[in-house]
Design a protein around this ligand. Structure first.
Ligand SMILES: C[S@@+](CC[C@H](N)C(=O)[O-])C[C@H]1O[C@@H](n2cnc3c(N)ncnc32)[C@H](O)[C@@H]1O
Length: 342
């Protein structure tokens, strides 16, 4: 169903050349029949997240889980990985937690359970309720589909519509809750200025934080905050390791940076959120890119090589201009607001 740019009429042609808003087009392209994320190769076949970059990331999340369990005063804790991909993070965390801590692990994912996943992981399409522990969402919110808005030559803000081949046109004026969201979080003034309307991500994050009875909810993503929004938005595509034009035909990822301050506000009623950057959070969790002392090379050559490799991986996870700039949004439920580790 689409709105004609001129008259706002509804049209459905069914010939594969329909105009749709970006939210609906993305939903179909990523999660519809033969959708990009439901394909067998999974996200790791097309791009690299912190989870794939190094097992140090899962080890850091495991330390956060342990800290959360200690704060809750329990030896049995929940771990919920939202947007779990093929379960790489949840499996890595389970492998890294110390013996003695009992973990109920959930992977919340729209794709099917992958073969061979640790049988302790419960694979589910829905958030479990009443979670006591750590809910962690790495690069989930950027894949929650959103509409795109653009200010036309008169300054009227309109939905951007797209065809399956990526052609775009301007559609109906943005109104209602979407217009209110833009006004509060991402006002568009100049003709040609564009924004992704983050309302569905706010709602998704509020629901995720709301599923916690006690513990921490952490969203990690590339993002921006009011006052530093990109003037033309960030919608883009990824396919086979390369950034490509966003085309909603199911052949690649469609993603845009997350308005993390808006997500924080949406979940504030449950617990206040704190925004920091990955390089600081991982440093607090003991991930360091510092080179090992050279003396180790002669006393323990194999250990030196291992430490050097780990330092290289840590450097990638904490790099400026790369993964280290990712935003961490942390809500502590049943406790004060804080950084992830503190
Ligand atoms: C970019 S991948 C990230 C995978 C993994 N967390 C990582 O960091 O490697 C995003 C994942 O979120 C999943 N996803 C998107 N929306 C979801 C939803 N509403 N519920 C569960 N999973 C979702 C997608 O299917 C996809 O596997």
């Amino acid at each position: 169903m689409t709105y004609d740019a001129a008259g706002g009429t509804v049209r459905e042609s069914g010939d594969g050349r329909e105009w749709r808003g970006w939210r609906e087009a993305t939903e179909r392209a990523l999660y519809g029949p033969e959708g990009f994320f439901l394909r067998p190769e999974g996200p790791a076949g097309h791009f690299r997240t912190s989870v794939h970059a190094s097992p140090l990331f899962a080890a850091a999340v495991a330390r956060l889980l342990v800290a959360t369990a200690e704060e809750l005063g329990t030896g049995e804790v929940d771990l919920v990985d939202v947007g779990a991909g093929r379960g790489e993070l949840v499996a890595g965390v389970l492998a890294a937690v110390p013996a003695g801590l009992r973990v109920r692990a959930y992977a919340v994912e729209r794709a099917a359970r992958p073969a061979g996943l640790d049988p302790r992981v419960e694979w589910t399409g829905r958030l479990p309720e009443g979670v006591r522990g750590l809910l962690f969402a790495n690069e989930w919110l950027d894949n929650v589909p959103v509409d795109v808005a653009e200010a036309d030559g008169d300054g009227t803000v309109r939905y951007v519509e797209v065809r399956a081949d990526g052609a775009e046109r301007l559609g109906a004026p943005v109104g209602g809750a979407d217009a209110a969201w833009l006004e509060r979080w991402w006002p568009l003034a100049e003709p040609g200025a564009r924004a992704e309307i983050g309302r569905p991500r706010d709602e998704a994050w509020a629901a995720a934080v709301g599923s916690l009875a006690a513990g921490r909810a952490v969203a990690v993503d590339y993002g921006h905050v009011r006052g530093a929004r990109p003037p033309f938005g960030t919608l883009t595509g990824f396919r086979a390791g390369r950034e490509v034009a966003p085309v909603p035909d199911g052949s690649g990822d469609l993603t845009s940076h997350v308005a993390m301050d808006a997500c924080a506000a949406a979940a504030h009623a449950r617990a206040p959120g704190v925004l920091t950057v990955q390089r600081e959070e991982l440093a607090r969790l003991g991930v360091s890119g510092a080179r090992p002392p050279l003396a180790l090379a002669s006393s323990d050559p194999a250990g030196y090589v291992r430490a050097l490799a780990a330092a290289g991986e840590a450097a990638e996870l904490t790099a400026r201009g790369g993964l280290g700039d990712f935003l961490w949004l942390v809500h502590r439920v049943g406790g004060g607001a804080a950084t992830a580790a503190g």
